[in-house]
Design a binder for this molecule. Structure first.
Ligand code: MIG
Length: 682
C-alpha cells in the first residue's frame, strides 16, 4: 500500500507521476513522532536492533546506510570520502528493513538531513528544513524489499533509455584540446584493437567556456569532423555547463538577459556568480520558458550531428558569487600587518576557502518557478535539488523536436528523483582510489532503487593518479555498468587503456564487455519495463540469509549473474559468499573461458589480474555474443548461452541437468518508438 501524507503546502517537484495506486493519509495517522523546531520539521523513527536502511541513491558509504548522517543537498565536492554527507544527487527514498519492511520517500527539494543512527544509534532522525513537503510511505503485509522498490519505481515513472551505443566502451579526459587530440585517441584505440564507441569533449571545445559555441581554431570544420567520426562509428559527446558567460554580444547571454531567463538576486538584478567562463548568470531552469529556450539551444550541436551530451556543474556549482568575492577581497585588504596569531591566519585562509558553494550564496538568488498556480518567486535554497534535474529535463524535452524519434545519450551530474525519466547520471569527480571501486558497486543498487538506470562512475578514477592494476580491476568491475566511461581530470596521469603496458589484457577485457552487451541491454530493457532493479543487493534476494543480508561487495546483475569484483590492490583472489549453488565463469578472453560448479557457502576464489570472473545463477542462462569492435557491429545471431550448472533428481533418482532458456529483449537500439522484440534463445 502506498500512502501519501501532505505536510503544509509542498512545492511540486514532478518526482511522482503515477498516482492511481496512492491513497491520501491523514496526518493524525502518520506513524512516526514528529515535531517542529525553528524552521525545521523533524521526524523520529526508532530503529530495531538489526534494522537495516537501504537506499538514499547517490551517496557515500555502503549499501546499508545505517550508522552515518547524510544531507540531501546536491553538492559539488570532489573528495568523496567517508566524512562527506552528500554527493551530487539528492535522492530521498529509502527502505527500513527490520521485522517489517517500509519504504519512505520524502518529496522536498530543499535540504534534508538523514541522521541514520549517527547521533543516537537506535534512532533515525529526519530533519526537513521547512514545513512544506510530502511523505510517501510504502508498506503492507509482508512486503519484500523487492516489492517495495518496485512499487516506488512504479509511482515515479519509467526510467530513461539511452541509445545502444551508450553501452559500448567510452573514452573521456578533461584536457583533449582539439580535433587532433581526439583523432589521436581514436587512432590509438584502433591500433591496439580495443573496441570503442564514443569520445568525450570536455569544456575546452568551447570558445572561452561559452555554452553552445565551438572554438573554431581547435575545431575548424566541426560538422565535418563529427561526420568523419560517425563514419568510423565513433560518437562525440560534448559537455554543457549550467552557467552562461556574461559577455556582450554572446547570443546566449543576450537572449537570456533580454527575456529574463536568468535567476535574480534579492534586488531583482540578474544574479552574478563565477564558474569556468568567469562571471556568469544562472539560467532559471525552474521556469518553463527558460527550459524551452535553453533546451532548444542544443540545436547548434545536434545540427552538427551530435547525438549525446553530459550536463555538468548543475548543482549548481558556484566558484564564487560576485558579492562574496568583493567582500572577501575587501577583508583581505584589511589584513595589512604581519603580526597575526595562527587563528587569524586560519581565518584568512577560510575566507578564501568559503568562496565556493557557500550556502549563504544559495540563499541569495531567486527563481520564477512555473507551477500549476502560475509563476511563483522562490528562493533558490528552497528548491536547490531541482536545478540540475530541470537543466537536464530542458535538454531532454527539446531533443524530442531536435532529434525526432531518436534517442539521445544524456546524463547529468546533479539530480533529484524524477530526473531519471529524462536521463542518466554519472557519479561525478571520484578519485583513482581502490575504495572508489567499491563505492561505485555500492551505489549501483541504491541508484536503481531511485529510478536511475543509466549510471556509471568515472572508470579509473577522475582525480588522483591511476595505476595499471587499478584501472584493470576497475575495468573488470565496470564490465556490467551501463555507462562504461574512462574519464580523468586535467593534470592527472593519463589513463586511456593504451597508455599502459599490458594493452593485450585491456583488449581482451573490453572485447568481453562487447560480448556481454546483448545481456546488459536486454536486462536493462526488462528492468525498465518491469520497474525492477538491474543491480540487486544479495539482501534483497535472500532476505533470510544473514550472510547475504550483510554482503556489501557482491551484487546480482539482472536475472542470471552474480558479480564479485576485486577492489583491493595486490590481490590474486577474494572470498566470495554463495547464497545458492552457482557456476563460476572464468574468462581469459571472450572465446577462452571455463565454467566450474560451486556449492552454497563461503569460498576463496582466485582471480588473477587479467582474468574476468563472475557467477551464473543456478538454473539461469547468460547470452553471450561474438565480440565486436563497436556496438554497431554486434551480431545477435552469434549468441550462445552460457548455462548455470544446476538441476534436480528425477523420480528415478537420476540427476537431470537443467537446460535453462533465455529471453532476449532487443530493439533497433536508436529510435524512441521501436517496439521490443522478444527472442527465445534455447
Ligand atoms: O570543475 O569540465 O565533474 O567530469 O571533467 C570541474 C571539467 C568541472 C567537473 C566534472 C568533470 C569535468 C570537469 N568539471
Amino acid at each position: 500500500m502506498i500512502t501519501k501524507f501532505v505536510f503544509g503546502n509542498p512545492f511540486e517537484t514532478g518526482a511522482v507521476v503515477e498516482t492511481s495506486e496512492i491513497v491520501q493519509g491523514q496526518l493524525s495517522d502518520f506513524m512516526y513522532e514528529t515535531c517542529e523546531s525553528n524552521e525545521n520539521f523533524i521526524i523520529n523513527i526508532p530503529l530495531e536492533k538489526d534494522e537495516a536502511i537501504f537506499g538514499l541513491g547517490e551517496n557515500v558509504r555502503g549499501i546499508n546506510k545505517r550508522g552515518w548522517i547524510y544531507d540531501s543537498w546536491c553538492s559539488d565536492d570532489p573528495n568523496h570520502d567517508e566524512d562527506k554527507r552528500s554527493l551530487y544527487g539528492a535522492h530521498n527514498f529509502f527502505i527500513l528493513s527490520g521485522s517489517v519492511n517500509r519504504g519512505i520517500f520524502i518529496d522536498f527539494p530543499g535540504k534534508i538531513t538523514f541522521d541514520a543512527g549517527y547521533t543516537d544509534k537506535d534512532m533515525f532522525t529526519i530533519t526537513i528544513t521547512d514545513g512544506n513537503f510530502l511523505v510517501y510511505v510504502i508498506d503492507g503485509d509482508g512486503m519484500s524489499l523487492k516489492e517495495i522498490t518496485k512499487s516506488f519505481r512504479r509511482i515515479i515513472g519509467k526510467s530513461y533509455i539511452p541509445p545502444r551505443w551508450a553501452f559500448g566502451y567510452q573514452q573521456s579526459r578533461w584536457g583533449y584540446m582539439n580535433q587532433s587530440d581526439i583523432e589521436a585517441v581514436v587512432e590509438e584505440y584502433k591500433k591496439c584493437g580495443i573496441p570503442l564507441d564514443a569520445v568525450y569533449m570536455d569544456i575546452d571545445y568551447m570558445d572561452s567556456f561559452k555554452d553552445f559555441t565551438i572554438n573554431e581554431e581547435r575545431f575548424p570544420e566541426f560538422p565535418k569532423f563529427v561526420n568523419e567520426m560517425k563514419e568510423q562509428n565513433i560518437h562525440l559527446v560534448p559537455i554543457i555547463d549550467a552557467g552562461v558567460k556574461i559577455e556582450k554580444g554572446y547570443a546566449t547571454y543576450e537572449e537570456g538577459v533580454k527575456n529574463n531567463f536568468f535567476c535574480k538576486d534579492a534586488d531583482g538584478n540578474d544574479f552574478v556568480c563565477g564558474v569556468w567562463p568567469g562571471h556568469v548568470h544562472m539560467p532559471d531552469f525552474l521556469n518553463a520558458k527558460t527550459r524551452k529556450w535553453f533546451g532548444d539551444s542544443y540545436k547548434v550541436l545536434t545540427d552538427a550531428g551530435i547525438d549525446g551530451f553530459w550536463n555538468d556543474m548543475n548543482e549548481p556549482a558556484l566558484f564564487y558569487s560576485e558579492k562574496r568575492l568583493g567582500e572577501t577581497i575587501d577583508k583581505l585588504k584589511s589584513y595589512n600587518g604581519t603580526d597575526y596569531d595562527v587563528w587569524e591566519i586560519f581565518g584568512l585562509r577560510d575566507l578564501v576557502n568559503d568562496l565556493a558553494n557557500n550556502e549563504e550564496d544559495y540563499r541569495s538568488f531567486y527563481h520564477m518557478a512555473t507551477t500549476d498556480d502560475g509563476e511563483i518567486k522562490v528562493r533558490h535554497d528552497k528548491v536547490h535539488n531541482l536545478f540540475g534535474y530541470n537543466m537536464t529535463k530542458a535538454a531532454a524535452e527539446s531533443m524530442k523536436d531536435l532529434r525526432p524519434n531518436k534517442r539521445t545519450l544524456l546524463f547529468s551530474r546533479a539530480s533529484y528523483i524524477g530526473m531519471h525519466r529524462y536521463s542518466g547520471i554519472w557519479t561525478g569527480d571520484n578519485k583513482s582510489w581502490w575504495s572508489h571501486i567499491l563505492l561505485m558497486i555500492n551505489m549501483l543498487p541504491s541508484l536503481n532503487m531511485c529510478g536511475f538506470m543509466y549510471i556509471g562512475a568515472d572508470m579509473g578514477g577522475f582525480g588522483s593518479n591511476a595505476t595499471e592494476e587499478l584501472v584493470t580491476r576497475w575495468v573488470e568491475s565496470s564490465m556490467w555498468v551501463p555507462l562504461m566511461r574512462n574519464h580523468a581530470a586535467l593534470g592527472t596521469r593519463e589513463q586511456e587503456l593504451y597508455q599502459f603496458k599490458d594493452k593485450e589484457t585491456f583488449r581482451r577485457l573490453i572485447e568481453i564487455r562487447y560480448s556481454l552487451i546483448p545481456y546488459l541491454y536486454s536486462e536493462f530493457l526488462k528492468c525498465h519495463a518491469k520497474d525492477e532493479l538491474m543491480y540487486t543487493p544479495l539482501a534483497f534476494e535472500f532476505p533470510d540469509d544473514p550472510f547475504a543480508r550483510e554482503c556489501e561487495d557482491q551484487l546480482l546483475v539482472g536475472e542470471s549473474v552474480m558479480i564479485c569484483p576485486i577492489y583491493t590492490p595486490n590481490s590474486t583472489g577474494r572470498y566470495v559468499y554463495l547464497p545458492e549453488d552457482m557456476t563460476l565463469v572464468r574468462m581469459r578472453a571472450w572465446n577462452d573461458y571455463e565454467l566450474v560448479p560451486y556449492k552454497t557457502g563461503h569460498h576463496y576464489i582466485h582471480i588473477g589480474l587479467s582474468e574476468f570472473v563472475f557467477f551464473i545463477r543456478k538454473g539461469k542462462a547468460l547470452p553471450f555474443a561474438n565480440t565486436a569492435s563497436n556496438t554497431s557491429k554486434l551480431d545477435i545471431s552469434t549468441i550462445t548461452l552460457l548455462r548455470g550448472i544446476g538441476g534436480n533428481y528425477d523420480n528415478k533418482g537420476a540427476f537431470v541437468t537443467e537446460m535453462p532458456d533465455y529471453e532476449l529483449w532487443w530493439d533497433d537500439g536508436e529510435s524512441t518508438d521501436c517496439p521490443v522484440e522478444v527472442i527465445n534463445l534455447k
